[in-house]
Ligand binder design. Structure first.
Ligand SMILES: O=P(O)(O)OC[C@H]1O[C@H](OP(=O)(O)OP(=O)(O)O)[C@H](O)[C@@H]1O
Ligand code: HPA
Length: 178
């Protein structure tokens, strides 16, 4: 029987194990190492959800690069909304730079579209997207996702940085709602 965990009113079952997740992150990092070798990229990780992905990714990135963390808020409970807020905490200048957005998940794509719009205002040379998870069936936007570690079905998930009402971010595997 599959392991089931309970967070508040919901039950979750194992979807993807840590080993699989981290192999896919390694694969993404290897591509970044090749493709951005001489670009001195600035990774911009989006808190809170991306903290675990960003940590693992950066252990595997071996090119000269920087990382910074920003915050936005847009998602409550288990449904996506369009109410994306502004980018907080970006102190670095990104003008003329190669930027890689580091996200835990692209679900409807609404957050990513707002983020691209916001960051685009500061005239970076290029913006690439690295996301741990992508739900193709939930996508409402046209987006070019440069680096996707894992494609997942359209289920609500927790773990590896992702939460249900604030809980579950610390789980080392990814779980889906039952
Ligand atoms: O593609 P979308 O439907 O827009 O959903 C994706 C966004 O939702 C989550 O953020 P959330 O606002 O939950 O913040 P968190 O990272 O602090 O959990 C996630 O980290 C993405 O930023
Ligand atoms: O499936 C999800 N789980 C947790 N947070 C999320 N933010 C967007 N989609 C999700």
């Amino acid at each position: 029987m599959k392991e089931v965990i309970v967070i508040n009113d919901k039950q979750f079952e194992l979807l993807i194990e840590q080993e699989v997740i981290e192999n896919e992150i390694k694969r993404v990092a290897e591509r970044i190492n090749k493709e951005l070798k001489d670009k001195r990229p600035l990774f911009i990780a989006v808190l809170n959800g991306a903290f675990m992905f960003a940590g693992e990714l950066m252990k595997q990135v071996n090119i000269l690069s920087e990382i910074t963390f920003v915050r936005l808020a847009s998602y409550h409970g288990t449904t996506s909304t369009n109410d994306v807020k502004t980018v907080l905490g970006l102190n670095e200048s990104i003008k003329g730079r190669s930027v890689v957005i580091v996200e835990d998940i692209v679900d409807s794509g609404n957050t990513m579209v707002s983020l691209l719009e916001e960051l685009g205002k500061y005239e970076p040379e290029e913006i690439r997207i690295a996301t741990l998870l992508y739900k193709p069936a939930a996508m409402k936007q046209k987006l070019n996702l440069d680096y996707v570690a894992l494609e997942i079905p359209n289920d609500f998930i927790v773990g590896y940085g992702l939460d249900y009402n604030g809980y579950g971010r610390n789980l080392k595997d990814i779980y889906k709602v039952v």
